[in-house]
Ligand binder design. Structure first.
Ligand SMILES: C[S@@+](CC[C@H](N)C(=O)[O-])C[C@H]1O[C@@H](n2cnc3c(N)ncnc32)[C@H](O)[C@@H]1O
Length: 301
Protein backbone atom coordinates (compact mmCIF):
# COMPACT_ATOMS: atom_id res chain seq x y z
CA UNK A 1 0.00 0.00 0.00
CA UNK A 2 1.38 3.44 -0.84
CA UNK A 3 2.07 5.64 2.17
CA UNK A 4 -1.07 7.46 3.36
CA UNK A 5 -1.41 11.10 2.26
CA UNK A 6 -2.73 13.56 4.86
CA UNK A 7 -5.10 16.52 4.31
CA UNK A 8 -3.54 19.22 2.07
CA UNK A 9 -1.55 21.92 3.88
CA UNK A 10 -0.46 25.49 3.14
CA UNK A 11 3.02 26.10 4.53
CA UNK A 12 3.66 29.80 5.14
CA UNK A 13 7.28 30.93 5.55
CA UNK A 14 7.95 32.88 8.75
CA UNK A 15 10.82 33.94 10.96
CA UNK A 16 12.35 36.27 8.32
CA UNK A 17 13.87 39.64 9.22
CA UNK A 18 15.93 40.12 6.03
CA UNK A 19 12.97 39.38 3.75
CA UNK A 20 9.44 40.80 3.59
CA UNK A 21 6.61 40.65 1.06
CA UNK A 22 5.32 44.24 1.21
CA UNK A 23 2.56 44.23 -1.41
CA UNK A 24 1.31 42.15 -4.35
CA UNK A 25 -1.30 42.30 -7.08
CA UNK A 26 -1.97 43.28 -10.71
CA UNK A 27 0.63 40.66 -11.73
CA UNK A 28 3.44 42.09 -9.58
CA UNK A 29 5.02 41.66 -6.13
CA UNK A 30 6.92 44.18 -3.97
CA UNK A 31 9.56 42.73 -1.67
CA UNK A 32 12.28 43.92 0.71
CA UNK A 33 15.51 41.93 0.72
CA UNK A 34 17.86 43.30 3.34
CA UNK A 35 17.87 47.10 2.87
CA UNK A 36 16.59 47.02 -0.75
CA UNK A 37 13.07 47.04 -2.25
CA UNK A 38 12.31 45.13 -5.45
CA UNK A 39 9.39 44.87 -7.83
CA UNK A 40 9.12 41.79 -10.04
CA UNK A 41 6.34 40.17 -12.09
CA UNK A 42 4.19 37.59 -10.27
CA UNK A 43 1.67 35.73 -12.47
CA UNK A 44 -0.16 34.38 -9.41
CA UNK A 45 -0.97 37.89 -8.10
CA UNK A 46 -4.36 38.22 -9.85
CA UNK A 47 -5.90 40.49 -7.18
CA UNK A 48 -5.56 44.28 -6.89
CA UNK A 49 -2.40 45.52 -5.21
CA UNK A 50 -2.75 47.86 -2.26
CA UNK A 51 -0.99 50.55 -4.35
CA UNK A 52 -0.56 50.57 -8.16
CA UNK A 53 2.67 48.63 -8.86
CA UNK A 54 4.01 51.39 -11.14
CA UNK A 55 3.84 53.74 -8.13
CA UNK A 56 5.73 51.43 -5.76
CA UNK A 57 8.95 53.01 -4.41
CA UNK A 58 11.64 50.52 -5.43
CA UNK A 59 15.44 50.26 -5.71
CA UNK A 60 15.15 47.93 -8.69
CA UNK A 61 12.41 46.63 -10.97
CA UNK A 62 12.62 43.47 -13.07
CA UNK A 63 11.69 43.80 -16.73
CA UNK A 64 11.11 40.45 -18.40
CA UNK A 65 12.70 39.71 -21.75
CA UNK A 66 10.24 39.89 -24.64
CA UNK A 67 9.78 36.09 -24.60
CA UNK A 68 7.77 35.66 -21.38
CA UNK A 69 8.41 31.89 -21.22
CA UNK A 70 12.09 32.54 -20.84
CA UNK A 71 11.76 33.89 -17.25
CA UNK A 72 14.85 35.83 -18.30
CA UNK A 73 15.11 39.60 -18.27
CA UNK A 74 17.03 42.39 -16.57
CA UNK A 75 16.81 44.54 -13.48
CA UNK A 76 16.35 48.29 -13.96
CA UNK A 77 18.21 49.83 -11.01
CA UNK A 78 16.82 53.00 -9.43
CA UNK A 79 19.98 53.24 -7.32
CA UNK A 80 23.29 51.31 -7.14
CA UNK A 81 22.89 47.82 -5.65
CA UNK A 82 25.95 45.64 -4.95
CA UNK A 83 26.39 42.47 -6.99
CA UNK A 84 25.92 40.39 -3.81
CA UNK A 85 24.77 41.45 -0.37
CA UNK A 86 24.54 39.32 2.76
CA UNK A 87 21.19 38.27 4.18
CA UNK A 88 20.31 35.84 6.94
CA UNK A 89 17.59 33.42 7.96
CA UNK A 90 18.10 32.98 11.68
CA UNK A 91 21.80 32.20 12.13
CA UNK A 92 22.19 31.07 8.50
CA UNK A 93 23.91 33.70 6.32
CA UNK A 94 24.00 33.64 2.51
CA UNK A 95 24.19 35.99 -0.46
CA UNK A 96 21.30 37.75 -2.14
CA UNK A 97 21.79 39.10 -5.65
CA UNK A 98 19.81 40.30 -8.65
CA UNK A 99 19.83 37.45 -11.20
CA UNK A 100 18.73 37.55 -14.86
CA UNK A 101 16.35 34.68 -13.97
CA UNK A 102 14.00 37.07 -12.15
CA UNK A 103 14.99 35.78 -8.68
CA UNK A 104 17.14 37.30 -5.93
CA UNK A 105 19.63 34.52 -5.16
CA UNK A 106 17.43 32.58 -2.69
CA UNK A 107 13.83 31.37 -2.32
CA UNK A 108 12.34 32.64 0.98
CA UNK A 109 9.38 30.25 0.85
CA UNK A 110 11.84 27.34 1.02
CA UNK A 111 12.60 28.22 4.66
CA UNK A 112 9.65 26.01 5.68
CA UNK A 113 11.66 23.02 4.46
CA UNK A 114 15.02 24.20 5.85
CA UNK A 115 13.59 24.16 9.39
CA UNK A 116 11.49 21.00 8.90
CA UNK A 117 14.53 19.07 7.68
CA UNK A 118 16.80 20.47 10.41
CA UNK A 119 14.29 19.31 13.05
CA UNK A 120 14.66 15.77 11.76
CA UNK A 121 18.44 15.73 11.39
CA UNK A 122 21.12 14.76 13.89
CA UNK A 123 24.93 14.63 13.70
CA UNK A 124 26.09 12.08 11.16
CA UNK A 125 22.87 11.99 9.16
CA UNK A 126 23.41 11.81 5.38
CA UNK A 127 21.47 14.31 3.24
CA UNK A 128 21.24 14.53 -0.56
CA UNK A 129 20.14 17.86 -2.11
CA UNK A 130 19.27 17.41 -5.80
CA UNK A 131 18.96 20.45 -8.12
CA UNK A 132 20.50 22.30 -5.20
CA UNK A 133 21.31 25.63 -6.91
CA UNK A 134 21.90 28.32 -4.22
CA UNK A 135 22.74 25.65 -1.66
CA UNK A 136 20.85 27.26 1.20
CA UNK A 137 19.02 23.99 1.91
CA UNK A 138 22.39 22.21 1.97
CA UNK A 139 23.80 24.76 4.42
CA UNK A 140 20.76 24.48 6.68
CA UNK A 141 21.18 20.68 6.78
CA UNK A 142 24.95 20.98 7.39
CA UNK A 143 24.32 23.45 10.21
CA UNK A 144 22.02 20.79 11.75
CA UNK A 145 24.95 18.35 11.78
CA UNK A 146 24.31 16.41 8.58
CA UNK A 147 26.90 15.35 6.02
CA UNK A 148 25.52 16.79 2.78
CA UNK A 149 25.85 15.80 -0.87
CA UNK A 150 24.77 18.73 -3.08
CA UNK A 151 24.13 18.01 -6.77
CA UNK A 152 23.51 20.54 -9.54
CA UNK A 153 24.17 20.38 -13.28
CA UNK A 154 25.58 23.90 -13.40
CA UNK A 155 29.19 24.70 -12.46
CA UNK A 156 28.15 28.37 -11.94
CA UNK A 157 25.43 27.33 -9.54
CA UNK A 158 27.87 25.18 -7.56
CA UNK A 159 30.36 28.08 -7.41
CA UNK A 160 27.63 30.37 -6.05
CA UNK A 161 26.57 27.78 -3.48
CA UNK A 162 30.18 27.46 -2.32
CA UNK A 163 30.38 31.24 -1.88
CA UNK A 164 27.32 30.89 0.36
CA UNK A 165 29.12 28.19 2.37
CA UNK A 166 32.00 30.64 2.97
CA UNK A 167 29.70 33.46 4.00
CA UNK A 168 27.74 31.12 6.28
CA UNK A 169 30.98 30.26 8.11
CA UNK A 170 30.33 26.57 7.37
CA UNK A 171 33.51 25.94 5.36
CA UNK A 172 34.53 23.18 7.80
CA UNK A 173 31.26 21.28 7.39
CA UNK A 174 31.17 18.04 5.35
CA UNK A 175 29.47 19.14 2.10
CA UNK A 176 30.25 17.37 -1.20
CA UNK A 177 29.60 19.76 -4.11
CA UNK A 178 28.89 17.70 -7.23
CA UNK A 179 28.30 18.87 -10.81
CA UNK A 180 26.14 16.13 -12.30
CA UNK A 181 22.80 15.17 -13.76
CA UNK A 182 20.43 14.41 -10.87
CA UNK A 183 18.91 11.18 -12.27
CA UNK A 184 22.29 9.82 -13.43
CA UNK A 185 23.80 10.64 -10.01
CA UNK A 186 21.02 8.86 -8.10
CA UNK A 187 21.43 5.73 -10.26
CA UNK A 188 25.20 5.80 -9.72
CA UNK A 189 24.80 6.19 -5.95
CA UNK A 190 22.49 3.16 -5.92
CA UNK A 191 25.15 1.07 -7.68
CA UNK A 192 27.68 2.29 -5.11
CA UNK A 193 25.37 1.23 -2.28
CA UNK A 194 25.31 4.78 -0.89
CA UNK A 195 22.37 5.51 1.43
CA UNK A 196 20.78 8.76 2.68
CA UNK A 197 18.62 9.69 5.66
CA UNK A 198 17.13 12.71 3.90
CA UNK A 199 16.65 13.67 0.25
CA UNK A 200 15.65 17.16 -0.93
CA UNK A 201 14.71 17.89 -4.56
CA UNK A 202 13.51 21.03 -6.33
CA UNK A 203 13.60 20.16 -10.00
CA UNK A 204 13.05 22.72 -12.76
CA UNK A 205 10.44 22.17 -15.47
CA UNK A 206 13.27 21.62 -17.96
CA UNK A 207 17.02 21.34 -17.53
CA UNK A 208 20.21 19.88 -18.99
CA UNK A 209 22.80 17.74 -17.26
CA UNK A 210 26.53 18.54 -17.65
CA UNK A 211 26.84 15.84 -20.36
CA UNK A 212 23.78 17.03 -22.26
CA UNK A 213 21.33 14.81 -20.36
CA UNK A 214 17.80 16.21 -20.78
CA UNK A 215 15.59 16.72 -17.73
CA UNK A 216 11.87 17.10 -18.53
CA UNK A 217 9.89 17.11 -15.32
CA UNK A 218 6.69 15.58 -16.64
CA UNK A 219 8.71 12.76 -18.28
CA UNK A 220 11.39 12.11 -15.67
CA UNK A 221 10.00 12.95 -12.22
CA UNK A 222 8.37 9.54 -11.64
CA UNK A 223 11.57 7.72 -12.64
CA UNK A 224 13.64 9.89 -10.28
CA UNK A 225 11.26 9.35 -7.34
CA UNK A 226 11.10 5.60 -8.07
CA UNK A 227 14.92 5.44 -7.90
CA UNK A 228 14.99 6.97 -4.40
CA UNK A 229 14.17 3.79 -2.42
CA UNK A 230 17.52 2.39 -3.68
CA UNK A 231 19.40 5.17 -1.88
CA UNK A 232 17.30 5.61 1.27
CA UNK A 233 18.57 4.11 4.52
CA UNK A 234 16.85 1.15 6.15
CA UNK A 235 14.67 2.12 9.14
CA UNK A 236 17.01 3.24 11.96
CA UNK A 237 17.18 5.47 14.98
CA UNK A 238 16.70 8.57 12.82
CA UNK A 239 13.68 9.85 10.87
CA UNK A 240 14.03 9.36 7.11
CA UNK A 241 12.53 11.90 4.74
CA UNK A 242 12.06 13.12 1.18
CA UNK A 243 11.10 16.73 0.36
CA UNK A 244 9.96 17.62 -3.18
CA UNK A 245 8.97 21.07 -4.41
CA UNK A 246 7.71 22.12 -7.82
CA UNK A 247 7.41 25.61 -9.27
CA UNK A 248 5.47 27.24 -12.10
CA UNK A 249 3.76 24.12 -13.42
CA UNK A 250 0.19 23.30 -14.32
CA UNK A 251 0.34 20.45 -11.79
CA UNK A 252 -1.54 19.74 -8.58
CA UNK A 253 -0.03 18.85 -5.20
CA UNK A 254 -2.35 15.82 -5.33
CA UNK A 255 -0.46 14.58 -8.41
CA UNK A 256 2.90 15.18 -6.74
CA UNK A 257 1.79 13.48 -3.50
CA UNK A 258 0.40 10.47 -5.32
CA UNK A 259 3.55 10.07 -7.44
CA UNK A 260 5.77 10.28 -4.34
CA UNK A 261 3.59 7.90 -2.30
CA UNK A 262 3.54 5.36 -5.14
CA UNK A 263 7.32 5.64 -5.65
CA UNK A 264 7.99 4.96 -1.96
CA UNK A 265 5.43 2.18 -1.68
CA UNK A 266 6.34 -0.41 0.93
CA UNK A 267 8.71 1.87 2.85
CA UNK A 268 6.09 2.80 5.44
CA UNK A 269 5.97 6.39 6.60
CA UNK A 270 3.43 8.99 5.46
CA UNK A 271 3.14 11.80 2.92
CA UNK A 272 1.92 15.35 3.43
CA UNK A 273 1.42 17.75 0.54
CA UNK A 274 0.02 21.10 -0.44
CA UNK A 275 1.24 24.55 -1.29
CA UNK A 276 3.90 26.92 -0.02
CA UNK A 277 3.12 30.60 0.40
CA UNK A 278 4.53 33.93 1.55
CA UNK A 279 2.49 36.25 3.76
CA UNK A 280 2.16 40.00 3.45
CA UNK A 281 1.57 42.16 6.54
CA UNK A 282 -2.00 41.42 7.58
CA UNK A 283 -1.64 37.80 6.48
CA UNK A 284 -2.66 38.00 2.81
CA UNK A 285 -1.03 34.99 1.13
CA UNK A 286 0.95 34.80 -2.10
CA UNK A 287 1.20 31.18 -3.32
CA UNK A 288 4.67 30.21 -4.58
CA UNK A 289 5.09 26.46 -5.15
CA UNK A 290 3.73 22.94 -4.58
CA UNK A 291 5.31 20.51 -2.14
CA UNK A 292 5.11 16.92 -1.01
CA UNK A 293 7.04 15.52 1.94
CA UNK A 294 7.44 11.89 2.97
CA UNK A 295 8.67 11.00 6.44
CA UNK A 296 9.21 7.72 8.24
CA UNK A 297 9.61 8.16 11.94
CA UNK A 298 12.71 6.70 13.59
CA UNK A 299 12.25 3.13 14.76
CA UNK A 300 14.00 3.81 18.06
CA UNK A 301 12.56 1.09 20.29
C1 LIG B 1 14.72 25.62 -9.35
S1 LIG B 1 16.43 25.51 -9.22
C2 LIG B 1 16.58 24.89 -7.62
C3 LIG B 1 16.55 25.95 -6.57
C4 LIG B 1 16.96 25.42 -5.17
N1 LIG B 1 15.90 24.76 -4.52
C5 LIG B 1 17.43 26.55 -4.28
O1 LIG B 1 16.76 26.80 -3.22
O2 LIG B 1 18.36 27.20 -4.59
C6 LIG B 1 16.80 24.19 -10.29
C7 LIG B 1 18.28 23.84 -10.43
O3 LIG B 1 18.35 22.62 -11.17
C8 LIG B 1 19.56 22.60 -11.91
N2 LIG B 1 19.41 21.59 -12.96
C9 LIG B 1 18.78 21.70 -14.15
N3 LIG B 1 18.81 20.51 -14.80
C10 LIG B 1 19.49 19.65 -14.01
C11 LIG B 1 19.84 18.27 -14.11
N4 LIG B 1 19.51 17.55 -15.20
N5 LIG B 1 20.49 17.69 -13.09
C12 LIG B 1 20.85 18.41 -11.98
N6 LIG B 1 20.55 19.73 -11.82
C13 LIG B 1 19.87 20.32 -12.82
C14 LIG B 1 19.71 24.03 -12.40
O4 LIG B 1 21.08 24.31 -12.66
C15 LIG B 1 19.15 24.84 -11.20
O5 LIG B 1 20.24 25.24 -10.38
Amino acid sequence: MPAPVSEPKILVADGWTDYALLDSGDGWKLERVGPYRFARPEPQALWRAQAPPDQWKVDARFSPASDEAEEMGRWRMERPIPENWPVAYGALRFHARCTPFRHLGFFPEQSVHWTWAADRLSPGAQVLNLFGYTGVASLAAAAAGAAVTHVDASKKAIAFARQNQELAGLADKPIRWIVDDALAFVKREARRGKRYDGIILDPPKFGRGPNGETWKLEEHLAALLEALPNILVEPNQRPTFVIATLYALRLSHVALARTLAAALEGLGGAVEAGEMALAEDGGRLLPTALFARWVRASDAR
